[in-house]
Design a protein around this ligand. Structure first.
Ligand code: CMP
Length: 140
């Protein structure tokens, strides 16, 4: 099924100059960039994006990290895009990420892990409109 998913190049990876490499890994796998922008979240905006994790012990640190510098957000589109992006990213904790995945290549630890991708259709349905109104998302 053709899907759309939301991905974020996180502040650590933007700062380290990995934005282009990360986007090109998605494109080389056949995913299409349907929307793209760079922005700098406030702490409250980061809290809103990660609201699903608000009871987790790492919520404060995570939202502080996500608002420490610019991020690049993108909508990726393709067959099974949600799982495909997660496979290309690798495991959340880079210690467990398969060789060649984005997190194996670029992530420092479980928090500063370079990239985000929606984990389900339900998450994508919250995360895509969080950043992009429909007129900013290109069709097939
Ligand atoms: P992400 O895919 O953006 O989804 C939620 C984020 O929370 C995750 O990547 C990590 O950056 C962070 N995260 C998840 N688990 C932990 C944890 N145990 N400790 C710190 N951060 C975590």
């Amino acid at each position: 099924m053709v899907e759309r998913t939301l991905s974020i190049v996180k502040p650590d990876a933007v700062k380290a100059g990995h934005t282009g490499d990360i986007i090109s890994m998605f494109e080389r796998a056949g995913l299409k960039v349907a929307a793209l922008k760079m922005l700098h979240l406030t702490p409250d905006e980061a809290k809103g994006f990660y609201i699903v994790h608000k009871e987790r012990p790492f919520y404060g640190d995570l939202t502080k990290f996500m608002s420490e510098g610019p991020i690049v957000v993108l909508v990726l589109e393709g067959e099974d895009a949600i799982k495909m992006v997660r496979d290309i990213m690798g495991a959340t904790n880079p210690k467990n990420a398969a060789p060649g995945t984005i997190r194996a290549l670029f992530a420092a630890d479980i928090e500063r892990n370079a990239v985000h991708g929606s984990d389900s259709e339900k998450s994508a349905a919250y995360e895509i409109p969080f950043f992009f109104p429909s007129i900013e998302i290109m069709g097939l």
